[in-house]
Design a protein around this ligand. Structure first.
Ligand code: SF4
Length: 110
């Protein structure tokens, strides 16, 4: 499933450059202005970063673990989004759609 950013986010900016899919936005309103859907649980007061499930692949295709969760200094802000259950195959298909010219690989251990 795609990840989401919860209310523990301090908007430190660590995750933004780490995402290989440009799935993270500083504000919910910014994502929506770019026409990317954000799940209901995220960023309603525009003070926390948000992840759009339309671009998140859990880093599948690029890395073996979600990079946003790895770099987050708080540690528990970037979590699976229960509103967006998806298989690893669906996530890899999305990664391929987002990066048609890049060689992507399934995660180790599939
Ligand atoms: Fe981006 Fe990966 Fe985090 Fe999804 S899990 S938002 S693709 S860094």
């Amino acid at each position: 499933m795609a990840l989401m950013i919860n209310n523990n986010c301090i908007a430190c900016d660590a995750c933004l450059p780490a995402c290989p899919n440009q799935a993270i936005f500083e504000k919910r309103s910014e994502a929506e202005a770019s026409r990317f859907h954000v799940s209901a649980a995220q960023g309603h007061d525009n003070t926390t970063y948000v992840i759009s499930h339309e671009r998140c692949t859990e880093c599948v295709g690029h890395f073996n673990e979600p990079q946003c969760a790895s770099v987050c200094p708080i540690g528990d802000c970037c979590v699976p989004d229960p509103a967006c259950p998806e298989s690893k195959d669906a996530l890899l298909e999305r990664a391929r759609r987002l990066h048609p010219h890049k060689e992507l690989r399934p995660a180790v251990g599939w």
